[in-house]
Ligand binder design. Structure first.
Ligand SMILES: *[C@@H]1O[C@H](CO)[C@@H](O)[C@H](O)[C@H]1NC(C)=O
Ligand SMILES: *[C@@H]1O[C@H](CO)[C@@H](O)[C@H](O)[C@H]1NC(C)=O
Ligand SMILES: *[C@@H]1O[C@H](CO)[C@@H](O)[C@H](O)[C@H]1NC(C)=O
Ligand SMILES: *[C@@H]1O[C@H](CO)[C@@H](O)[C@H](O)[C@H]1NC(C)=O
Ligand SMILES: *[C@@H]1O[C@H](CO)[C@@H](O)[C@H](O)[C@H]1NC(C)=O
Ligand SMILES: *[C@@H]1O[C@H](CO)[C@@H](O)[C@H](O)[C@H]1NC(C)=O
Ligand SMILES: *[C@@H]1O[C@H](CO)[C@@H](O)[C@H](O)[C@H]1NC(C)=O
Ligand SMILES: CC(=O)N[C@H]1CO[C@H](CO)[C@@H](O)[C@@H]1O
Length: 856
């Protein structure tokens, strides 16, 4: 309303009001002028505030914290603005008065006061305006505490209060929380953590560390340093160096260290954590399943985390199942109470079983559940065992055998390990758990469907931020336990992970085992030749001391379908006997030291997945198509193998190839790949390497599935994006989604560019609307990432190309001596949380400064 009023010119109103007895025309003019000025200045102030807020938000996205001065200024602006609004509203009354009762003295006095207020407001606005140019708006801080996501705290509130009270007691420096798995210790710790966030306590920093069964000091140190330092330089340090970095920082701070899931004593000294003394007021809180550990850690106080009381347990179960189902029938309610009681107040079990029951709508299903839970009548000594039995019901509720196998398979990965969804699905396909037929585009929706199902059943946990899943450790134990109980006590899944495994243990029953995992151990070499008639999966990745596999090892594994040897950097060769693995379908050798492939590889005719990314393999693969005719997935990116005429021909002969990542050196080869519809559409990753050419054409249509693009050591003056040449071609029936008019690499999410010459800007990146990660480095001619003219031109042409880098999550720029600008509307970029700039001397100060801070 007030705004509408502004449309009527002041002068007219005042002329109509004319002769007030103070009818000092000067006064009226003055007031008129003041109001005019006030509106203009206020407008300026608002713009100033918006600009400042934008600046602040950029800094805050980088993890900096705004200065108190800035906050003060902003709240003053708010007050002044609301005064201004009042004045605007009063204006209609004032002018009304002037018009109707222009001669009444009272009204004139009120109008005089009004004028005075306008004056005052104007002065304040002016003053604020003069102070709007803050040189610095925010400063670097490490957040004191980071909020944790908590699902539900039913029944935990008193526990939290009790733990908090103890912790605030000066006499208590180390607090131990112990209790069985699944009882909610981690949630309790998370509640404590969040209390620090909410209360803005006097502690300098609250650090959360996941320890877990297989105690690894370096991992603990990495988590702590990741929290304490904004740079990355410490990453190269040895354990000792890291300890001294940690000690150096923490000795100056009043800290809280939250250690989740201790299985044995942790030597704080070795980590570098100074003992929390009374003077320093620092605190350590840890959770563990064992009371012993509390003693060893010399906790000043131990608190047992108990299961929920029957009332609380029911409450949690009720909420998890949902009232709609429970109230649908009196009997269901009764059964539900019985089932909830079976969970013995263990929150994990209540959650998991509750979820399993949430989709059961008939009385019959509920009755069946009760029967099953009752039938295993034997009593077990340990609570945990009983709980596992109960959780087993949830497993039992999984629809079919394949889904169960998919679930059990996840227990092969180490505790707390985040499993990439796509990776998991590849394993499942090879194991034959899910439909091996890929869609034309290489996708496998069935796999994602099952993952979704397991997540909803609380059997897998979706990781925050990443596209990964993991298992609660009790659920993982359950999976291992279920497995050990099958088929007359014969173990079919065998998991040996963790630092303590240095040799292949002798207690493995190779005869019966189907899935074997030595993921992340300290094994140095394998020198046995076991008979494994039923072994189908062998996971051997991430064993950083692993150097050699003996000749006999692969001799008797006739059913092996999955062999993962990736991330064994010291492994440089494979025995020829790998040729005996006649059933092998999946072989991951990425990140190994392997430089040449054994000749025997050519006998693996059933292979459908081969990964050589990041290896030193360089020999040509003549005869690949003839020897490995079933390959569906071939990953060669960042190896030394480049697509040349020979490899090109081989690739064209791989009839079933659906997913390819490759390196290309030669422009004409690149053109030929894009000209071959089938081959081009299989490309997921492409690295242009050592290429020298005046221009390169990349077609958004031919390379529609491109997810990762690398450019290394190239001299290319122009990268042209071709988005129309095939645009009107018939859509293949698999393209179910309606094609939108906007051109671009819809799938492209990662771009790495290093040593690229010949280009001043990378404006073509605008065609990667969904880019999440961009690293550009060591390129001497790049001046801008996105050039304004080109960018504006492009967004004008394709309206829906949208904000450049609208989805960017990580931007790393280094050694770009000529870089002056990232993007013209850089300030509007969302998600700049992970911006790293190093050695870009010409970048504007506010961006460069941030990286300078990080280097300190
Ligand atoms: C767990 O559930 C499976 C599947 O129904 C069943 O075969 C097995 O006997 C159960 N295990 C135990 C120990 O109850
Ligand atoms: C192959 O191994 C690498 C390194 O461990 C891993 O990142 C990748 O996801 C694996 N690929 C698949 C499909 O499992
Ligand atoms: C191997 O698996 C088959 C079929 O599942 C089974 O019949 C056989 O007993 C297993 N062999 C051993 C030694 O466990
Ligand atoms: C691996 O072991 C074989 C014999 O078992 C030996 O010939 C070979 O030199 C070893 N390789 C390495 C790298 O130790
Ligand atoms: C890049 O190629 C151009 C010619 O295409 C050449 O003049 C220039 O020297 C090359 N730059 C580098 C760094 O090799
Ligand atoms: C803008 O686009 C037009 C054609 O669409 C082109 O002729 C012109 O050169 C472009 N301008 C710039 C600066 O790229
Ligand atoms: C950047 O840092 C320099 C010196 O560290 C300082 O003088 C300058 O004011 C800073 N600029 C901004 C915009 O923060
Ligand atoms: C932050 C703090 O108070 N640090 C002190 C902890 O105690 C040691 C010695 O006990 C002092 O040197 C630190 O200054």
């Amino acid at each position: 309303m007030a705004d509408l009023f502004l449309l009527i010119p002041w002068s007219k109103i005042f002329t109509a009001a004319c002769g007030c007895f103070l009818s000092d025309r000067n006064y009226i003019h003055l007031m008129e002028a003041n109001l005019d000025a006030l509106q203009k200045t206020m407008e300026e102030l608002k713009n100033g505030r918006d600009d400042l807020l934008a600046r602040v938000s950029i800094e805050e996205d980088k993890g900096l914290q705004r200065l108190a001065q800035v906050n003060g200024w902003l709240s003053r602006v708010q007050i002044v603005e609301s005064e201004f609004k009042d004045l605007l509203e009063a204006m209609s009354i004032e002018t009304g008065r002037l018009c109707l009762f222009g001669y009444c003295s009272e009204d004139c006095i009120s109008s005089y006061n009004y004028g005075e207020k306008v004056m005052k407001n104007l002065e304040e606005v002016k003053e604020l305006l003069s102070k709007k140019d803050f040189e610095v708006v925010a400063q670097k801080i490490i957040p004191k505490a980071e909020k944790k996501h908590i699902q539900t705290t039913v029944g935990l509130d008193t526990m939290v209060e009790m733990a908090w009270e103890s912790l605030m007691n000066d006499e208590i420096r180390t607090l131990g929380l112990y209790g069985m798995g699944g009882v909610g210790k981690t949630t309790l710790l998370a509640c404590i953590n969040n209390k620090f966030v909410e209360l803005d306590s006097e502690f300098d920093v609250v650090i959360w560390v996941v320890v877990s069964k297989d105690l690894q000091y370096e991992s603990i140190q990495d988590q702590i340093l990741g929290r304490l330092r904004l740079d990355n330089e410490w990453k190269q340090g040895t354990e000792k160096e890291k300890a001294s970095y940690i000690a150096n920082i923490l000795k100056r701070k009043k800290f809280v260290l939250l250690l989740d899931d201790l299985w044995s004593e942790v030597d704080l000294n070795r980590i570098g954590v100074p003992p929390p003394t009374r003077e320093n007021g620092s605190k350590i809180v840890f959770t563990t399943r064992s009371k012993e550990v509390c003693k060893h850690m010399k906790a000043d106080k131990q608190i047992q985390v108990d299961c929920l009381s029957p009332g609380e347990a029911w409450e949690l179960f009720r909420i998890t199942v949902g009232d709609t189902i429970l109230s649908s029938h009196q009997d269901i309610l009764a059964f539900a109470r019985i089932i909830a009681a079976k969970c013995h107040g263990l929150p994990l079990a209540l959650n998991v079983i509750g979820k399993a029951m949430a989709c059961k709508e008939t009385i019959q299903e509920w009755r069946y559940a009760v029967t099953v839970l009752n039938s295993r009548g034997q009593e077990f000594p340990g609570m945990e065992e009983r709980i596992l039995r109960v959780l087993n019901f949830s497993y039992d509720s999984l629809k079919n055998g394949e889904i169960k196998l998919c679930f059990l398979y996840c227990s092969l990965f180490p505790e707390d390990f985040e499993i990439q969804k796509e990776e998991l699905i590849e394993y499942w396909i090879c194991e034959g758990f899910i439909n091996p037929n890929r869609y034309e585009d290489g996708g496998t929706n069935q796999g994602y469907d099952i993952i979704g199902l397991l997540v909803r059943a609380h059997l897998l946990i979706e990781c925050e931020l990443t596209d990964n899943v993991k298992m609660h450790d009790v659920i993982r134990e359950m999976a291992l336990w279920i497995n050990s109980d099958f088929g007359n006590q014969q173990e079919t899944i065998c998991v040996k992970s963790g630092a303590h495994v240095r040799l292949i243990p002798s207690d493995i029953n190779w005869e019966t085992v189907r899935q074997m995992s030595f993921f992340g151990t300290r094994i140095e070499k394998i020198s046995c030749s076991p008979l494994c008639p039923n072994l189908s999966t062998l996971l051997l990745q991430d064993n950083f001391e692993f150097v050699n596999i003996s000749v006999g090892f692969f001799l008797f594994m006739p059913k092996l379908v999955v062999l993962d040897l990736s991330t064994n950097r010291r492994l440089i060769e494979l025995p020829e006997e790998i040729s005996n693995l006649g059933s092998l379908q999946y072989l991951n050798l990425s990140y190994t030291g392997i430089k040449s492939l054994p000749v025997g590889l050519k006998k693996l005719r059933k292979l459908i997945y081969l990964n050589l990314e990041f290896t030193g393999v360089r020999e040509s693969v003549v005869g690949l198509a003839a020897t490995l005719p079933n390959l569906q997935v071939l990953k060669l990116m960042y190896s030394f193998l480049c697509v040349d005429d020979i490899l090109m021909e081989e690739l064209q002969h791989l009839e079933h190839l659906k997913i390819l990542t490759a390196n290309v050196k030669d422009v004409t080869i690149l053109g030929r790949i894009q000209g071959d519809d089938r081959l081009a559409s299989s490309i997921r990753g492409l690295c242009l390497t050592d290429m020298s050419a005046p221009y390169v054409i990349l077609s958004t249509i031919a390379l529609g599935g491109l997810q990762q693009l690398g450019i290394m050591r190239c001299n290319i003056s122009e990268i042209r994006i071709d988005w129309e040449s095939k645009e009107r071609r018939e859509l293949s029936p698999m393209e179910i989604l309606p094609s939108t008019s906007s051109p671009g690499f819809k799938q492209l999410s990662v771009v790495y560019i290093t040593k690229l010459e010949g280009q001043r800007d990378l404006s073509w990146l605008l065609y990667a609307q969904n880019l999440k990660t961009l690293h550009v480095g060591s390129s001497s001619q790049i001046e801008e990432i996105i050039n304004k003219k080109k960018g504006v031109n492009m967004t004008r042409k394709h309206r829906d190309i949208g904000v450049p880098f609208g989805n960017l999550k990580s931007l790393l720029l280094n050694k770009l001596p000529e870089l002056t600008e990232i993007c013209w509307n850089y300030r509007r970029l969302p998600n700049r949380r992970n911006l790293y700039v190093e050695d870009c001397p010409k970048l504007p100060e506010d961006i460069a400064n941030f990286s300078r801070h990080k280097d300190e």
